[in-house]
Design a protein around this ligand. Structure first.
Ligand code: TA6
Length: 302
């Protein structure tokens, strides 16, 4: 275990060909560059935001908008936004909670003998949490052949419950949205948030995107796959502690409305997000903790 202070320019070699470099990234925001024998990744302390993961000899797994902002108070567009303690709009508050806007504290870099690297970050206290019961939130990112994310939320109170939503709002890179599809949703009920919110049930073995898609699937606990014939690969999403899956592609009109998203970028991304949203909100009893775990991996599409 390496206790660290995030000093730009410092490199630690956790061993077995793993390397973590601390530097000032885009917008001079502090970030970590991680390289292992299998892959490379980037994590900004701003929002504990994983902005990049790429296996050697493969295209990036995560999409990052060329128009993303990298500034205090602004969410990064792409990668894996950490959505907590609420999802969506909340009266008088920002969209998707405040975790993605805070500068998380780097607590430790933990090497493993096989060359994997884990980074543990903690959400600092702040005035934005004043309206909530006391909680702690930590985020562990493990980089090896895969990318594994664990969001651990605890309720240290002796007498107060804490109810929250969480979501790892992952943006995935695809070669061509016109030929990509999502497998693993068939039969699940969903709330369609495009236009008037209506309920539906997924009938497709493989969900295709040919218009704006913004759906929240419930009872979605199993593995999902993004099939991408254009890049000749599949992205596998395995999760524990998640009952909701959100699928989003802004398509043409919404892409043009988003200032931090390119007009044509909808063609090479899809969000398949894992968390607990709406009726699947987490209700933490005093002294309890809850972990959302998501493992992201790629393999050739045969
Ligand atoms: O991914 C689902 C969603 O709630 C969409 O409705 C869209 O708003 C997207 O999140 C992006 O939200 P953001 O606040 O990051 O622009």
């Amino acid at each position: 275990m390496i206790m660290t202070t995030s000093k730009p320019g410092e490199t630690v070699e956790p061993g077995a060909l793993g390397r973590v470099t601390f530097l000032d990234g885009k917008g001079d925001l502090p970030m970590l560059e991680i390289s292992t024998r299998w892959s490379a990744a980037e994590i900004y302390l701003h929002g504990a935001h994983v902005t990049h993961f790429q296996k050697k000899a493969e295209p990036p797994m995560l999409f990052l908008s060329q128009c993303s902002r990298f500034a205090e108070g602004q969410p990064i567009r792409g990668g894996i936004p950490v959505i907590f303690p609420w999802f969506g709009r909340r009266e008088g508050l920002g969209q998707h909670g405040f975790a993605r806007l805070k500068t998380w504290e780097l607590k430790e870099v933990v090497p493993a003998p096989d060359g994997s690297v884990s980074v543990r970050l903690r959400l600092p206290d702040g005035p934005e949490a004043a309206g909530f019961p006391r909680f702690t939130a930590e985020y562990i990112v493990t980089v090896n052949q895969a990318l594994t994310l664990q969001l651990v939320v605890a309720n240290p109170a002796r007498d107060a419950e804490f109810t929250f939503e969480n979501c790892l709002h992952s943006y995935f890179e695809v070669g061509d949205i016109a030929t990509a599809s999502v497998v693993g949703l068939k039969g699940l009920a969903y709330e369609d948030r495009v236009g008037a919110c209506v309920a539906g049930r997924e009938s497709a073995d493989a969900l295709r995107v040919a218009a704006e898609v913004d759906r929240i699937y419930q009872d979605s606990t199993g593995p999902l796959e993004i099939l991408d014939p254009s890049l000749g690969r599949k992205i596998r999403i395995e999760k524990q502690g998640s009952a909701s899956t959100v699928v989003w592609n802004p398509w043409v009109a919404k892409s043009r409305q988003l200032a931090d998203f390119g007009d044509e970028e909808y063609r090479r991304m899809i969000c398949v997000e894992s968390g607990n949203v709406g009726p699947a909100s987490i209700r933490l009893l005093p002294g309890a903790a809850s972990t959302l775990t998501v493992k992201l991996s790629t393999e050739p599409l045969k």
